[in-house]
Design a binder for this molecule. Structure first.
Ligand code: USQ
Length: 405
């Protein structure tokens, strides 16, 4: 299948290009290369060194024997999108090329507007380009579990049956996002659903949980460093487990926001690749807009911090867990029970061994301890949802209350 990946230089995109090529798909892609700049703006760097576009393309050719058409371009530039589609004629588009950070979107007016413009307009351009050039292609759009927020009822996969004043309907489940970034994804979901309805496009909207991990088997046992994907640990682009593993490697206390009772869906990088591929290889029907919730399991943040502490301990790393003042506006205690049936029905086999994955990560990261150490001062967050930015203070060591939680 000819698969076009937007965001091919990113954490997921660079990995997916390899995963799909190893399975015999024909991949091309584009990237603004802006992720590299955003992380530099955070005064940070990827813990795993990443190489230039040219070096990545050369390593790709050596390992997979294929010339990768990987271009630099902006998806808010409609001419760029249409000219690439005209040439490559994708059968599927995996849209990963967006600004992915909740804290980054909450910095100030400029960052909020940039996030929503970049994400919403880029997605609209892709929808229009599909309609004009490849109307039968399948859009696999990366959404987020964060679109739903944390309602006090079970979370279905996109839609639910509702009875109201004696009448029934099958409607989109309410979205209650918790950052302007997450709202940008909600806007994308609405636009994508509508485009399928009026133009007969086919799309899968993936509500993905928080991804963690440093590698996939396809990269090889001792991967060529040019094939490795990035791994961020700053407050904006590092996600919870990835940050905790980096913190453990340098002996920095794990940064629980609040007591860490927030519950989220998580999945290893290899599961994310498996799920996206299952969705690609089982496309929706013409005009169908479907929603998949994509995660391995739900955990509280403190459960994850405990696991990282335990695994780090087995590797001889002594690490504390601290509670910090939560810079975000999010529910500290809440019900959380999302479905994830669609992907399982199509054959998704969750990895389940989260600790084994953490162990691989920590071992990988131990080789790059110096790169994390160099940036240790940026680990504690200072971007706050109320706009009154200041570095979060320590509330105390992981509390007794948590041990019983
Ligand atoms: N958290 C901590 N300590 C940290 C970092 C995070 O306690 O050092 C907590 C946060 O308060 C939050 C939870 O961990 O409750 C998850 O935070 P995160 O930064 O790992 O993830 P999030 O901001 O939700 O965003 C990430 C990705 C985003 C994706 C989303 C999926 O950056 O692109 O959409 O995960 S989900 O969370 O399901 O919406």
């Amino acid at each position: 299948m000819r698969v076009f990946i937007t965001g091919i230089d990113g954490y997921l995109g660079w990995t997916l290009a390899q995963y799909l090529t190893a399975r015999g798909h024909d991949v091309a892609g584009a990237d603004t290369m802006m992720r590299r700049e955003w992380v530099a703006e955070m005064n940070s760097q990827s813990a795993i060194p990443i190489y230039s576009r040219e070096e990545r393309i050369a390593a790709f050719k050596e390992r997979y024997g294929k010339n990768l058409d990987f271009r630099v371009g902006d998806f808010t530039d409609y001419d760029f999108v249409t000219s690439f589609f005209e040439e490559f004629k994708p059968e599927a588009i995996v849209h990963l090329g967006q600004m992915p950070s909740a804290p980054y979107s909450m910095i100030d007016q400029k960052h909020t507007v940039f996030t929503q413009y970049n994400n919403v307009i880029g997605n609209l351009n892709i929808l229009y380009a599909m309609k004009e050039i490849v109307p039968d292609a399948h859009l696999l759009k990366l959404g987020t579990m964060g679109e739903y927020g944390t309602p006090n009822v079970d979370i279905p996969e996109g839609f639910f049956e509702i009875e109201y004043r004696g009448r029934k309907d099958y409607l989109p489940f309410p979205r209650q996002a918790a950052s302007f970034y997450h709202w940008s994804k909600v806007h994308d979901s609405n636009n994508t659903m509508y485009a399928c309805k009026i133009w007969g496009l086919r799309a899968t909207d993936v509500m993905q949980g928080v991804v963690f991990g440093t590698r996939i088997d396809e990269m090889g046992e001792n991967p060529d460093p040019r094939l490795r994907t990035r791994l961020d640990f700053d407050q904006c682009f590092g996600t919870a487990i990835n940050r905790f593993c980096c913190q453990a490697v340098i002996g920095h206390p794990l940064t629980l926001f609040g007591a860490g009772h927030q519950k989220r869906g998580f999945l290893p990088l290899r599961d994310s690749m498996q799920c996206l591929t299952i969705a690609l290889e089982n496309p929706p029907k013409e005009g169908e807009y479907r929603v998949f919730n994509q995660f391995e399991e739900t955990y509280t943040i403190v459960e994850l911090a405990d696991m990282v502490q335990e695994v780090a301990g087995e590797l001889g790393l002594d690490v504390d867990i601290y509670e910090y003042e939560n810079p975000r506006h999010e529910a500290a205690e809440h019900y959380y029970n999302p479905d994830r049936k669609h992907l399982i029905d199509l054959g998704y086999k969750p990895t389940h061994d989260v600790k084994a994955e953490m162990k691989i990560m920590i071992q990988d990261l131990m080789q790059h301890r110096d790169r994390i150490m160099e940036k240790k001062d940026i680990l504690v967050p200072d971007i706050r949802w109320d706009g009154k930015h200041h570095r979060s203070t320590v509330i105390g060591k992981r509390s007794e209350r948590n041990v019983k939680a």
